[in-house]
Design a protein around this ligand. Structure first.
Ligand code: URA
Length: 251
């Protein structure tokens, strides 16, 4: 069997060139169908020359829409202060989501902007959002043991025995086959604790306490790896450089 190589396409892909309609729709500007109208209306230029064909390929940095450079053509990495009441799922049936905090164009991107792991609806705090799926896999992989620090308030006085139990690596949660990895707990006040986890099981903090008869009343994550949420107000996000987690300081 002969393999036909489309040399023009191969070169375009290799160089990071993209079809205009694909580029505009993937960055959330419009649908591929609408891109045709945008181009017919002369809204798109390549190196300053008005584009006249949706199938034309261009380097993202050379493209302008309505005279403006493209919106984050290389990708997005955001740190958000997730408020309680929002979910991390994209499924509308689960209720209002954290992505609704972002500009509409970013909500239309493909690949989707998604969360790096999840915080449950009733948990607030530091959440990363990105469209870089390798980064999501790297930061959520149990292999990398990225520390995540939570503050929990609970419904009864904490007993010091919880500290060695959580640190032991033997705590088995209902329905699970392997025990939780060792977690560091610091009792901050009789009904408040700080917990550092290096994994991210479903509702893990709530379930760890609940297994000991303690109900978590509020839960807030203030640290992810070496990133601190600081005093960012709930609902606010800010951008991080795409290579933030490549920096040598990050564990
Ligand atoms: N543990 C929980 O119980 N909920 C979260 O959102 C994160 C960790």
């Amino acid at each position: 069997m002969k393999i036909r190589i489309d040399s023009q396409n191969a070169r375009a892909t290799f160089c990071g060139m993209r079809r205009l309609d694909q580029l505009l729709s993937s960055l959330g500007y419009c649908s591929r169908r609408e891109a045709r109208d945008w181009i017919d209306d002369g809204r798109v230029t390549i190196d300053g020359v008005v584009a006249d064909d949706v199938a034309q390929k261009a380097m993202p940095a050379a493209v302008r829409v309505d005279g403006e450079p493209l919106d984050h053509p290389d990708g997005l990495l955001l740190m958000v202060h997730k408020p309680t009441g929002l979910v991390c799922s994209h499924d509308d049936r689960e209720g209002a989501n954290v992505y609704s905090l972002l500009p509409p164009r970013w909500q239309q991107r493909n690949p989707l902007v998604t969360s790096v792991g999840r915080l449950d609806k009733d948990t607030s705090g530091l959440l990363l959002l990105t469209d870089q799926s390798p980064l999501v896999h790297r930061l959520t992989s149990p292999k990398h043991k990225v520390p995540k620090v939570y503050r929990a308030t609970v419904d009864r006085d904490l007993t010091p025995e919880l500290v060695p139990l959580f640190a032991s690596g033997t705590l088995l949660l209902a329905g699970e086959k392997s025990p939780c990895l060792p977690a560091e707990m610091r009792i901050v006040s009789p009904r408040e604790a700080e917990l550092t986890l290096t994994e991210g099981r479903f509702h893990q903090v709530r379930r760890m306490f609940s297994a000991q008869g303690v109900t978590v009343l509020t839960l807030h994550r203030h640290r992810f790896g070496n990133l601190e949420l600081g005093d960012a107000p709930p609902g606010k996000w800010h951008e991080l450089p795409l290579n933030y987690f490549n920096a040598p300081a990050e564990s």
